[in-house]
Design a protein around this ligand. Sequence first.
Ligand SMILES: Cc1cc2nc3c(=O)[nH]c(=O)nc-3n(C[C@H](O)[C@H](O)[C@H](O)COP(=O)(O)OP(=O)(O)OC[C@H]3O[C@@H](n4cnc5c(N)ncnc54)[C@H](O)[C@@H]3O)c2cc1C
Length: 348
Amino acid sequence: MAAYIGPVDRDTEVLVIGAGIVGALIARQLAESGLDVSVVDAQAVASGATRRSPGLATPSLQRAHRRQTARGVEMLAGLARQHHLNPRPVSALHVASRPDATDALRSLAAELQADGLDATWEIDPAIVPGAFGGGLRIANSIMVDPVLLATRLLQRRNILVKQKVEIQKLERAHGRVLALAQGYSVRAGAVVLATGAYTGLLSPYLADAMRVARGALWRSHPQPATLACQSVPVVVDGGRIVATQTDDMRVCVGAWRWDDRTDGDPARDAHTYLDAHMPDLLTETEMWLSATCIASRDGGPLIGVLSGDNHPSGGSVFYALAPGACGLAWAPVIAEQVVTLALRSRQA
Ligand SMILES: Cc1cc2nc3c(=O)[nH]c(=O)nc-3n(C[C@H](O)[C@H](O)[C@H](O)COP(=O)(O)OP(=O)(O)OC[C@H]3O[C@@H](n4cnc5c(N)ncnc54)[C@H](O)[C@@H]3O)c2cc1C
């Protein structure tokens, strides 16, 4: 295979590919450790799944992921405050569309309390959307603007951001990595893939490990009144639907299809939810956005170094992929883990 012999446009200690919330958190931490960091994005800062997220950061209900994601929510709140954003404390209301899943949610409250979460069974009809009857309310959640947060995290002297650069190929040469885009190239001591659902285009290995979920986000015009879902966002079936109202009073309904089936349209799912629970709002569409984000086989994140790539002399390619529904809660946790890996490998 012919190696690249053209000019190199930028030489950097670390290149972060992808300027979503995950890439921004990683770049910031690496820069705060004193490294010279470059960030490239195929589009613009926070233009992928991060822009589609209405911003509910809430712990995962899955036992294996509960503690880490709860810690992630706290970390995200701290970072948001540090960057002069105002993370709003909310409770997430988990409801289920099947009776057996509703029973399972009801019996989960005690277990969550034992894990230190403030969880109660909510039946107030002013809060629980009709047809659900009850829901598991978890207070340890926040609403945050992930686009603004990513943008502010990247504003630092030793972070250089270049937008509209799509890396198409990674090559190894002399213990360093060459990242090649159309008409632009970067040579880096290490590369971090924070490329979300597009990671499979750069790594066939990771394409096999992750699943891409289809998502859609519906957003209303600003509403004159505060709805119950502003302080208590609703999460249906573990994240198939999320309904909330943001600080600018817009109602957002996100929907995903996590499963491997190819049928079914998440936009239609969001539409059905709106029709059933907020029919008056249905016509107030500000925009529909479709998106992809990732889901892993066990609901956990994917973090590591590409196999066979961990050279003590540098040149490693790390990856950090946050799975959807709790992607925002995972983001600071996986950023911390991949930064630790990258710094350790530099010292080796
Ligand atoms: C509709 C919807 C609603 C959601 N709602 C929530 C929610 O309420 N709460 C929650 O916790 N999570 C939510 N999520 C999930 C959450 O948004 C994601 O988990 C999180 O934003 C992932 O961030 P990221 O930085 O990994 O990915 P992204 O934000 O997708 O960032 C990846 C970036 O990499 C860039 N890129 C990709 N390939 C290349 C390349 N080759 N070269 C250069 N750049 C490249 C892309 O342009 C993109 O900007 C939602 C997702 C969707 C789709």
